[in-house]
Design a protein around this ligand. Structure first.
Ligand SMILES: C[S@@+](CC[C@H](N)C(=O)[O-])C[C@H]1O[C@@H](n2cnc3c(N)ncnc32)[C@H](O)[C@@H]1O
Length: 229
């Protein structure tokens, strides 16, 4: 009873706080990144497309199709500043292929190709996200920008030298399966994970670098690792 009341009092406050935080982040992104006119147009089209049904709601709808699988996946986005920090610190450039496992709305890919000219591959199983990214790709003749609408576990990673996984909701056995895949297919790649190092799940990996960065849910560590020689 008391907890319910407390919840009712605190919820609106938290809601306003989250909205203000999002607005501040968007202001920051506009001033820092909208000088790049291609990215500005792409990002505004993305915002407009998702203005009624947000990526979070689309993800929730999708999860409802699997009522038996509780907590199938929680959607979350990597802030542009985090992509920028990773790309600059770890020298992402035009000779690199960056594969994002679970690409969401492909905002990260649009950002990385506009600012760092890398070859980008985004794997995402939600058709709604992939379909609109495909339209943007066609409209703006984006290349190299590859959209793969599939389960990330099925995709061949051999040609990518950067792999990015923001998979904080993956289960232990899924991360272990991915570790086996990385060990086989990514022997010379830079593998980036959010919140956990692969060495927590397998002895095959060595952490080369790490950064504490601000995500929507707060500060967390991003790890750069490789398969041990
Ligand atoms: C936490 S979101 C991250 C989105 C984006 N990478 C970012 O950082 O902004 C994870 C995304 O992975 C997708 N995803 C989860 N499991 C997947 C799977 N097995 N195959 C393909 N996509 C998956 C989800 O639909 C969601 O869009």
């Amino acid at each position: 009873m008391f907890l319910n009341l407390l919840d009712k009092l605190i919820s609106p406050y938290l809601c306003i706080k989250t909205r203000l935080k999002k607005l501040r982040r968007y202001d920051f992104e506009v001033s820092r990144y909208y000088g790049n006119s291609l990215f500005k147009v792409l990002d505004l089209k993305l915002k407009y497309h998702y203005k009624n049904l947000t990526p979070f709601e689309i993800s929730k709808e999708y999860q409802r199709k699997f009522p038996k699988k509780k907590h199938l996946y929680l959607y979350g986005e990597t802030p542009l500043r985090v992509y920028e920090m990773m790309a600059s610190r770890w020298d992402l450039g035009s000779n690199d292929r960056f594969t994002e496992l679970g690409a969401g709305t492909y905002r990260g890919g649009l950002f990385l190709t506009s600012f760092f000219q890398c070859d980008y591959v985004g794997v995402e199983w939600l058709q709604e996200y992939a379909k609109f990214a495909m339209q943007l790709k066609k409209m703006h003749k984006l290349k190299p920008f590859t959209i793969i609408c599939d389960d990330l576990f099925n995709v061949d990673l051999k040609d990518s030298n950067f792999i990015y996984l923001f998979g904080t909701c993956l289960k232990k056995d899924e991360i272990q399966t991915l570790c086996q895949k990385f060990s086989k297919e990514c022997r010379a790649s830079n593998i980036i994970t959010v919140s956990f190092p692969l060495s927590d799940y397998s002895t095959d990996f060595i952490t080369l670098d790490q950064m504490l960065l601000e995500f929507e849910f707060g500060l967390t560590t991003v790890y750069l690792q490789r398969v041990k020689c």
